[in-house]
Every structure is written in C-alpha cells, then in structure tokens.
Design a protein around this ligand. Structure first.
Ligand SMILES: CCCCCCCCCC/C=C\CCCCCCCC(=O)SCCNC(=O)CCNC(=O)[C@H](O)C(C)(C)COP(=O)(O)OP(=O)(O)OC[C@H]1O[C@@H](n2cnc3c(N)ncnc32)[C@H](O)[C@@H]1OP(=O)(O)O
Ligand SMILES: Cc1cc2nc3c(=O)[nH]c(=O)nc-3n(C[C@H](O)[C@H](O)[C@H](O)COP(=O)(O)OP(=O)(O)OC[C@H]3O[C@@H](n4cnc5c(N)ncnc54)[C@H](O)[C@@H]3O)c2cc1C
Length: 673
C-alpha cells in the first residue's frame, strides 16, 4: 500500500477541501479528549513502528499453523514492549489499562485474525480481579500481570454454551485431602471454544459443577493449571488441543479440554461470591448470578468494539466511494464519484451515524457499569438485573447491526470489496463472531425480554420502573389508543418507544393467553419471536434515547460547526431507524402515508447536508493506514495503485510460470484427450 501521504488522490483532496468543521475536534470527542488522542497516537506508533513485527508479511497467505506461530511471535514482541512502555510511563495500574485499551485496536493490525493471548488479558485477568478473595488476589494477580502464568476462561462445553447451568464438568471436594477432583464425565462435557486454550496458555478459569457433602452446588469458577510450567506438556489427566479451522479468529487458538481425575487445591476455587468452608460446607452467594460477572463486563466492552468495526468499515467504503467513478447520472456528463448515486449514500451514511451513536452508548454503559459495580461492592445488588438486561440487549443489537453494516460496506465497494486487501473480510468475520460469543444474540435478546415483561407487569400493577423502561407507562396510560406521530427527534423516539412497548404488550398477551393451556415456560417459548422483537426495539429505544441525551450535551460543548454535524448525524440515525422499523411503528403509532413520505424526503435532505461532512467524520475516526490496512480505504485514496501493488505480492506472482503448468496443464493440453 502507498505510504506517501503527500500525494493524495485529487478527488479525495477536493472532498477534504470542502469540509466545514474541525476534524481534530471530532477526533478529540471520539477518543475522549486531546490528551487521549495524543496517547493513542503515541502508543499506536510505539508498537506499529517496530520492525521486529515484520508487518510487511501478509499473513493471510500463510498456512493455519504458520499463521498461529506468527501471531504468537508478533504478540510476544508486543507484550515485551508493553512492559517496557509500562515501566517508562510510571508503572501504575492505570497506565497498564491505558496501554491495553489502545492496544486492543492496534493489535487488530498486528494480528488481523485474532490475538492468541486475548483471553489472558481480558476474561482471565478480569475474573481473577473480580471474583477472588484478598489472599487469592495476592497469590495470582502478580503472576498474571508478569505473565509468569498465562490463562483463559473455560466455560463453554461441546454440549452446552448457552445454558450454562447444565455444564457437565465436575469438581468434587474432599475435605480429607482439601482438594477438588475435576472430571469430564462425558464427551459433551469437554470444554470447547475457549480462546487461547489449544496450545498457548498453561492455566484456565474452569467453570465446573461443585459437588460437596454429596450435593451439587451449581457452577463455580476454579483456577486450574493445565500444562507444565517448564515443558508446556499437558499435566496428567489433561486432554487438550486446538478445535481446528473456523470461519474467522484463525489465530485465537480456540481449544478443547477434558479432565480425568485432575486434582486442584482447595485455595483454587474463586471465593469472592460463593464460599466453601474447608470442611466442605457450601455458603451461597448473595446472588447466584454474581459468578456471571465477567461475561457482563465483556458484553459492555463489546459495544465500543462494534462501534469501531463500523467506523473502520465505513471509512473504507466512504473513501473508496469518493475516488471510484462509475456510471454517469446524466448520460452526457462525466462519470461521477459513486457516492453521487443516492443509493450509495443510503448504504454508507447511516452506518457512519451508527458508529457515532454506538460510541455514545458505549460511554453511557461503561459509566453505568462502573456505578452499578460500585454499588455492588457495598453489598447493594439491586440494579444487577437492569445492567444484565441492558448489556445483553445492546450486545445483541449492536453486534447484529455491526455485522449487517460491515457487509453493506463490503457490497458498496463492488468487486474490489471482495478482495482480502480491501480489508473488510476480517472486520466482518470479527463482527459475526461477536454475534455468537459472549452469549448468542437471540438468547441475549430473550434475557432482555424477561426484564421487559417483568417491567410491563410492574407497570400494569402501578409499581415503579427503572428510567430506561418508563415509556411502558405511557403505553399503558394510552389505554389502547395509538401514539400520535410528530416529525421531530423526540417524536421519532416516542414512535419507537410506542413500537417497543406495543410489541412487549403483544408478547405479554401471547404469554397470558397461552398460560391458560400451558406452563409459563412453554407459553414464554411460544411468544419467543415477539419477545426478541420487543427486546430489539427496546435496544433501539435505548440507543436513540442515549444518543439524543449525549449528543445534546456534546452540541453544548463543541463549536457550532461541529454541533451541526452532530445534529445531522443524530437525525440520520433517527430517521434511518424509523424508516427501517416502519412496519412495527405502523402497528402502534398513528402515522400517515404523508408522514412517511416526509421522513423519506427528510432522509434525502439529511444526505445532502452530510455529503460534505462525511469525509471529515470518517477522517475524524482517525484510523491510521496500518490500522485501516485497506487498499480501498487508505488516507491517500490511491486505490488503483494500492490494488495492483497488493496483487503483485500474491505468492503466485513471484514466478512467471507456475510448476503446475509443466506438471499437469501442459501434459493435459498435449494429450489430445
Ligand atoms: C487487565 C486489564 C483489563 C483490561 C480490560 C480489557 C477488556 C478487553 C475487552 C476485550 C473484548 C473482547 C475480547 C474478548 C474475547 C471474548 C471471547 C468470548 C468469550 C466467551 O464467549 S465466554 C462464554 C460466554 N458465554 C455466555 O455468554 C453464556 C450465555 N449464557 C448465559 O449468560 C446464561 O446461561 C443465561 C442465558 C443468562 C441464563 O442463565 P441461567 O440459566 O443461570 O439463568 P435463568 O434463565 O435461570 O435465570 C435468568 C435470571 O437470571 C438473571 N441473570 C442472568 N444473568 C445475570 C447476570 N449476569 N446478572 C444479573 N442477573 C442475571 C436474569 O435477569 C434472570 O432474572 P429473572 O429470573 O428474570 O428475574
Ligand atoms: C469465536 C468464538 C469465541 C469463543 N470464545 C469462548 C471462550 O473464550 N470461552 C468460552 O467459554 N466460550 C467461548 N465461546 C463459546 C460461546 O460463548 C458460545 O458458543 C455461545 O455462548 C453460544 O452458545 P452455544 O454454542 O451453546 O450455542 P447454542 O446455545 O447451541 O445455540 C444454537 C442455537 O440455539 C438457539 N438457542 C439456544 N438456547 C436457546 C434459548 N434458550 N432460547 C432460544 N433459542 C436458543 C440459539 O439462539 C442458536 O440459534 C466462543 C465462541 C466463538 C464463536
């Protein structure tokens, strides 16, 4: 790819010359301030400029095994530097988190098919930080931070990923030896999927059914050593390996794991929530779902990941659309930039708006998570269900939108979008993986729907509701009358709220009707499609509501020119949303054909305004060329040069004649059949 930033494609330069707001100001907002942007750039450059990484090597051409080995090699280069930088910065925990957060995105450029240590630095470390007592923290945290041990989070099994209550791995406590014995009693009890497990780590948090005093006490987390610290050979009783080729995440080294009478010391059960006394007496936690805490943290983190994948994909699609010319709109005119085709704007502009609104949601959810966790630390767990429902709902809605948007971006790049060098395939694969990991999205929506139905019952009985679902009162208060539509941002919000509440009511009624002939569980299953639709609409309500609140605040704090861009983005998000959900809206809102036509016209006007700002916004996402890693999306827009240069690097082009010609093709051609 061309690295010469001074020779920018003239069509792209012309676009940038027309930007009428301060791009840097937008970047500062996106990353949380000028200081954070400086930090990001410094950290990114600190790692990416390291020649030892050998980023010139296009790993996509390597074999499965070679890809893994190269990913491990590169990661170690990075982690060595991480510790060096950490020391230079002062060595505090905050410094470490700062580097890790920035590294998350830089790592994507270094190991595009996934990081073979990601679980160590996320779920493994977070579980030990959050689910251990003080002695366990003192024992394990230094070893984890110094990477003397490497770990993963082993929960999912061949037979169960969603319904974790039925995991089959057992941990049976013997008070005489003060040990647990871990076993995988069936094939389906084998751990299956944990990232980095196959050949990379030597420890794992293992979720297993605890048996003590002859009783099962449900799933509990244990720290288990899997491999010898010197030889890395599996320890006795451990059957471990890689699960093989996947749709994506090729270098994450997802693994399988079986136990046969593996002994684990008493002190290795994580004891912050549930407790087991040495004599084998089990003490229940305040809330059994506290052991699900790491999943909640990661679901919260996944919203910003979704926003960034969309930001990256739309950056590629937009830059390409501003330099690609095809198909005259007026027959006698020169071919326009393809962005002039309004359908192309319709493919890309709403995606840019989603990246911005998802970022607002990620910030909101991160703050909410922090405050609910702090309450939890003082023993107040009242808001745990709300956080669980919200994080499940938004994890599902944002990653579903993310996968859809990235795919639309690929399609918007035509044939070239299908090239690996376009840079959209790994983004798509990561998006689609996120729809499944950390809770399959349908299941996540059903969890959110449980909360909605409970809240609906509460509202009907005149109880109190949490802020985010108070709109259910409005629906009940209307007593069957439809919401009257008005074409303002808040009018659109009320319409989506009415659709979400209306669908919740349909699901609720479905359950109530079915309950007459069926158990509540069967009735709930039969209402499943309505429940997931209600939860999805609720997710959009949250996004729009938070988007409105956050963007109003932003507009008060930025220059008027950037404020107008944010207003435009918010309206784009809102109008796109209501037009996409019009079927649900019509069911519960008094909206006329004229109103819908007005919205469609409004969308066209919004596109017109956004046409000049769009390039500034995607430039403002501030993905450097090595991070964007795309022939179509580089800053200079020299798409055709990039494409031919990338093609020349194909291993097949390193010789004029491939040996298969002499081996097979020529004899075949000469054989006269
Ligand atoms: C060191 C520096 C750190 C720096 C930090 C960096 C962070 C980096 C982030 C990097 C981001 C990404 C990289 C990570 C890569 C991750 C790879 C993927 C890993 C995985 O996939 S791990 C496995 C994940 N598995 C799942 O998600 C399983 C899904 N299933 C479930 O969660 C549960 O089974 C369930 C669906 C919730 C059902 O549970 P259960 O059967 O027990 O529950 P019931 O149906 O009986 O009851 C529901 C009831 O329970 C309430 N509830 C459930 N969960 C919670 C919770 N967590 N909190 C509060 N309440 C909960 C629920 O509300 C219901 O209540 P009700 O009965 O309705 O009152
Ligand atoms: C890339 C990747 C990385 C992963 N990393 C890890 C890891 O590090 N550690 C780890 O422990 N696990 C990991 N996992 C496992 C992951 O968390 C599970 O695959 C996920 O939670 C889904 O569970 P499942 O595979 O059992 O799907 P299933 O639950 O079997 O889903 C199959 C279908 O059944 C439906 N279904 C299931 N239950 C219900 C229900 N109650 N109501 C309605 N429909 C239902 C689903 O909607 C889906 O359509 C990873 C998975 C992937 C893909």
């Amino acid at each position: 790819m061309s690295k010469n930033l001074s020779i920018v494609n003239k069509d792209l330069k012309e676009e940038r010359d027309k930007i009428n707001f301060n791009v840097e100001e937008f970047t500062n907002w996106f990353y949380g301030g000028a200081e954070k942007v400086k930090e990001k750039k410094y950290i990114e450059n600190y790692f990416l400029s390291d020649k030892d990484l050998n980023l010139e090597l296009d790993t996509s051409y390597l074999s499965y095994k070679d890809k893994y080995e190269e990913a491990v090699r590169r990661s170690i280069v990075v982690y060595k530097k991480l510790y060096k930088l950490h020391n230079e910065m002062g060595g505090t925990h905050e410094d470490f988190v700062k580097i890790m957060e920035n590294l998350r995105f830089t790592m994507g450029a270094i190991n595009p098919e996934g990081n073979p240590f990601v679980l160590h630095f996320s779920m493994f470390a977070l579980t030990i930080m959050n689910m251990t007592n003080d002695e366990q923290k003192a024992e394990w945290l230094p070893r984890i931070f110094n990477c003397n041990i490497l770990g993963t989070y082993a929960q999912t099994e061949l037979g169960h990923g969603t319904y974790i209550q039925r995991l089959e791995t057992t941990a049976t406590y013997d008070p005489k030896t003060k040990e647990f014995t871990l076993n995988s009693p069936t094939l389906t009890s084998y751990k299956w999927w944990p990232g980095n497990l196959g050949h990379t780590v030597d420890h794992a948090i293992v979720m297993a059914q605890l048996y003590s005093q002859g009783k099962c006490h449900g799933i509990q987390p244990f720290i288990v050593q899997l491999r010898d610290s010197e030889t890395h050979k599996p320890l006795p009783g451990i059957d471990i390996g890689d699960i093989g080729n996947k749709v994506g995440f090729q270098t994450v080294n997802n693994g399988f794991l079986g136990f046969k009478n593996v002994k684990v010391p008493y002190k290795n059960m994580l004891m912050k929530n549930s407790k087991l006394l040495e004599d084998g007496t089990f003490i229940k936690p305040k809330n059994a779902k506290l052991n699900y805490g790491t999943m909640v943290i990661i679901r919260v983190h996944m919203i910003i990941d979704a926003a960034c994948r969309i930001a990256k994909a739309t950056t590629i699609a937009l830059r390409y659309s501003l330099v690609r010319r095809q198909s005259p709109i007026n027959p006698n005119e020169i071919e326009p930039k393809i962005i002039e085709h309004i359908t192309q704007q319709n493919k890309i502009f709403p995606g840019i708006a989603k990246a911005v609104v998802f970022k607002c949601m990620a910030d909101y959810l991160t703050k909410l998570h922090l405050s609910i966790t702090q309450e939890g630390n003082t023993g107040n767990l009242a808001r745990m269900p709300e956080l669980h429902a919200l994080s499940c709902c938004l994890k599902a809605v944002c990653t579903n939108e993310d996968a859809k948007t990235v795919e639309v971006c690929r399609l918007s790049c035509g044939g070239h979008g299908f090239l690996r060098s376009a840079g959209l395939d790994d983004v798509y694969r990561n998006s689609t993986a996120a729809q499944t990991y950390e809770g399959e999205n349908t299941v996540m929506l059903l969890q959110a729907a449980r909360f909605l139905i409970k809240s609906f019952n509460e509202a009907r009985n005149g109880g109190s509701l949490t802020e985010g679902v108070k709109y259910l009162f409005d629906f009940i208060g209307r007593n069957g009358k439809r919401e009257i539509f008005d074409n303002s941002i808040n009018g659109i919000l009320r319409a989506i709220q009415a659709a979400a509440a209306g669908r919740t009511y349909i699901a609720w009624k479905h359950i109530e009707d079915d309950k007459r002939h069926n158990s509540i569980e069967v009735a709930t299953n039969l209402a499943g499609v309505h429940l997931t639709k209600a939860a999805e609409l609720h997710g959009y309500v949250c996004l729009l509501q938070v988007g409105i609140e956050e963007i109003e605040k932003i507009i008060r704090n930025v220059s008027p020119a950037l404020g107008l861009v944010f207003k435009n983005i918010l309206e784009l998000f809102a109008v796109d949303l209501i037009l996409n959900k019009i079927g649900d809206v019509i069911q519960h809102v008094d909206i006329s054909n004229e109103d819908i036509e007005k919205l469609e016209k409004q969308m066209e006007t919004l596109f017109k305004f956004f046409r000049t700002s769009a390039i500034g916004v995607v430039d403002g996402f501030d993905f450097s060329d090595p991070i964007i890693d795309s022939t179509l999306g580089s800053y200079d827009g020299n798409v055709y040069e990039n494409l031919i240069n990338a093609a020349r690097k194909s291993p097949l082009n390193q010789e004029d004649v491939n040996r298969t010609f002499h081996l097979y093709i020529k004899p075949f051609m000469k054989s006269n059949l």
